[in-house]
Design a protein around this ligand. Structure first.
Ligand SMILES: Cc1ncc(C[n+]2csc(CCOP(=O)(O)OP(=O)(O)O)c2C)c(N)n1
Ligand SMILES: [Mg+2]
Length: 692
């Protein structure tokens, strides 16, 4: 598929020199790595250059400036486009403490180590590794959906912190996306939400290049995206030539002047621009151009054909005069405004500082309830709702919502002043995501990346719909709270379409994801208390629809043990059990019941409540041995879910009571009977493993 040799504008303007430097650094890095996508950076270099150089409000010397414009490369496969830009713009590295370093975020050496082990330039941009990468992208559709969350955060911050004479927040959010993003579901959900919320601070730049990985986009994609976005309530404009800097400027100005709605800029571009044999072809995608073609391309750009990783004189300085100077001036103005603000509104200023570091306010866990023993008890979704409301009141920047199930998830924030987040009323704390789980997950990541404590809720079974975003939250090491109710077959009548089976095992297998399934109201309190200070990753909180007894903590151990992930709730006299009974969530009541029955029969049992395996695994060997002594091999686990994983605690001589099929639609008591979940089943299993 040979495209005609393109004729390029070889005028050696500084702009053109910068653009071609982005292109050639990207080409050389992909060629050296012998892996990656050169075509998109070649096509998009002028689009990204003109945005950064002439519009982006960003200080390369202070990449965490709270009011910086956000730039998201949703087309993560074009990662070299971002790395080249971060390098040339002189973006500085920021360390884990938030301190700006002397070193660049992306040095030329790192560009030469593109896609190599332990480099800061991995195949797709990873925000926890590389300063300047605002969010981790690669799974298409996620970045743009994150950008909606960032725009929500921007609106919320402006509404809550700006005061007359103090326009502290007003940042804009830009996301570059491709045909792939446009096709993905989460992007559609997020775009619909952004249009509804009238997020005028949001701009998506659609790289309309007619090519995807498999071939021409026309093989799979023929919708009229512009009309679709007009239908969503976006402003839509078009740039007919990605190389026309004037047209690009007009489009960015158009966005900046239209604050009533989000803006989509459709840019007609050429993948592999400048490549005699690969321009406009999917061959410019997913593999290096090849040495011979690289030379032809460089010749076409008016570049020294044998030079590699060349940054011509004047390029760094030009970036510095553009984005560098503008950013540093605006940041300096902001800093002096902020110091005045801090004098007038010290508490609010303190909040802003803490949010940047994901720190909690003083007294964040004050007034948390204690629940009295109660055999009838309450659903853990109920106690969760009560705890969440106390926490959100204590943590003014905790915001979130549910995918149309807030009443079922009990996630409505109802305290005075909590408020709603509605179009043009952006100060509230309750976000109404509608029935858009995936968009919600990705937006909540964007909200949390922006410093807020975001939460998102739905039925546990529908976690499947946002699992991809949850996985990215874990990879990005950001503290999102994913709140799920209707946690098992215990939800009853809604039946197997709504009854999760394998989700617990799935999230337990996910690196850096805490999974918390507390067993009564007081464990719910302790679960939240344990995970809120955990800012290095997300948590999946799993709650019941049905009521659970509130255990008598004067008789059984304190729920504070939840902080260690697993703890001895009830023990044999003398602490020497013959059998260990383990459970989480609603099943805890049956192992406690079995313990009492066995005790009455003179059988020495121990109950271990295990709400969070990951926290338990973090304890030292002595603690783990004290909870699960290796000498006791008669063990029973009970969980109304797939048993996968329990074998590690139950061991070869134990027994796992769990689910091996999908559930059933029936009243709770009939479902439990059908699948054999009650105290007597646990008693029988205990006797079986004891050989009695
Ligand atoms: C969710 C997801 N599915 C598939 C891929 C693999 N993938 C990477 S790039 C790409 C093609 C995307 O086409 P487009 O967005 O038009 O990018 P272009 O080829 O124009 O750079 C695909 C399918 C991915 N990264 N994420
Ligand atoms: Mg494309």
């Amino acid at each position: 598929m040979n495209a005609p040799t393109p004729t390029l504008d070889k005028r050696p303007t500084l702009d053109q020199l910068c653009i071609n430097t982005i292109r050639t650094l990207s080409i050389d890095a992909v060629q050296k790595a012998n892996s990656g996508h050169p075509g998109a950076p070649m096509g998009l270099a002028p689009v990204v250059f003109s945005l950064w150089q002439y519009f982006l409000n960003y200080d390369p010397a202070d990449p965490h400036w709270p009011n910086r414009d956000r730039f998201v490369l949703s087309a993560g496969h074009a990662s070299m486009l971002l790395y080249s830009t971060l390098h040339l713009a002189g973006v500085k590295a920021v360390n884990a403490k938030g301190e700006v370093q002397k070193e660049l975020a992306v040095s030329l050496d790192q560009i030469k180590r593109f896609r190599q082990l332990d480099s800061l330039t991995p195949g797709h941009p990873e925000s926890h590794l590389t300063t300047g990468v605002e969010t981790t992208t690669g799974p298409l559709g996620q970045g743009v959906a994150n950008s909606v969350g960032m725009a929500i955060a921007g609106k919320w911050l402006a509404s809550n912190f700006n005061k007359p004479g103090f326009d502290l927040f007003g940042f804009r959010v830009y996301a570059v996306c491709g045909d792939g993003d446009m096709m993905e579901g989460p992007a559609a959900e997020a775009a619909s939400l952004a249009g509804h919320l009238q997020l005028g601070n949001l701009c998506w730049i659609y790289d309309h290049n007619h090519v995807t990985l498999d071939g021409p986009a026309s093989w799979s994609f023929s919708e009229d995206a512009m009309t679709r976005f007009i239908g969503y309530g976006w402003n839509v404009t078009r740039v007919a030539d990605a190389n026309d800097l004037q047209q690009l400027s007009r489009a960015y100005k158009y966005f900046q002047e239209h604050n009533d709605q989000p803006t989509l800029i459709v840019v007609d571009s050429h993948i592999g621009y400048g490549s005699p044999h690969k321009q406009d072809s999917f061959e410019a995608h997913g593999e290096p151009l090849g040495e011979a073609e690289v030379k032809l391309v460089k010749e076409n750009y008016g570049w020294p054909v044998d030079a590699q990783f060349l940054v011509p004189d004047g390029v760094y300085a030009h970036f510095q005069e553009g984005v560098g100077t503008r950013g540093s001036q605006n940041n300096a103005k902001w800093k002096s405004l902020f110091s005045e603000y801090a004098k007038k509104f010290p508490d609010l200023a303190d909040h802003i500082v803490r949010m940047q570091k994901h720190e909690l306010p003083d007294g964040w866990d004050k007034n948390l309830p204690t629940f009295a023993a109660d055999p009838k008890g309450m659903a853990t979704r109920e106690s969760s709702g009560k705890v969440l409301n106390v926490l959100a009141k204590n943590i003014p920047w905790m915001i979130g919502g549910s995918a149309d199930l807030a009443k079922s998830n009990k996630t409505n924030l109802t305290f005075e002043g909590a408020g709603e987040f509605f179009p043009e009323e952006y100060e509230g704390r309750n976000i109404h995501y509608g029935v858009r789980e995936h968009g919600m997950g990705a937006a909540t990541n964007g909200i949390t990346i922006s410093g807020l404590r975001g939460f998102a809720a739905t039925f546990f079974n529908f976690s499947d719909y946002m699992r991809a975003s949850m996985r990215l939250a874990a990879l990005m090491e950001i503290p999102v709270l994913f709140i799920f109710t209707h946690d098992s077959i215990g939800l009853g009548e809604d039946g197997p379409t709504h009854q999760p089976i394998e989700q617990l095992a799935g999230f337990r297998a996910m690196p850096n994801m805490l999974v918390m399934r507390p067993g009564d109201a007081n464990e719910v309190v302790e679960a939240y208390r344990a995970v809120l200070p955990h800012t290095e990753g997300p948590t999946t909180l799993v709650f019941s629809r049905q009521p659970l007894p509130t255990l008598d903590r004067t008789k059984y151990a304190s729920a504070a043990g939840v902080a260690k992930g697993a703890y001895v709730l009830a023990d044999a006299d003398g602490g020497k059990p013959d059998v260990i009974l383990m459970a989480t969530g609603s099943e805890l009541q049956w192992v406690v019941g079995a313990y009492e029955k066995l005790k009455a029969e003179g059988i020495k049992a121990r109950v271990v409540s295990m709400p969070c395996w990951q926290l338990f695994e973090k304890q030292d060997a002595a603690y783990k041995e004290s909870v699960l002594p290796s000498s006791v091999t008669a063990r029973v686990s009970v969980e109304m879910a797939a048993t996968l994983g329990w074998d590690r605690y139950v061991g070869p001589k134990g027994k796992m009571i769990g689910m091996h099929t999908f559930g059933a639609s029936a009243p709770l008591k009939d479902v439990l009977k059908k699948f054999g979940f009650d105290t007597d089943t646990v008693v029988a299993a205990a006797k079986q493993v004891l050989g009695k």
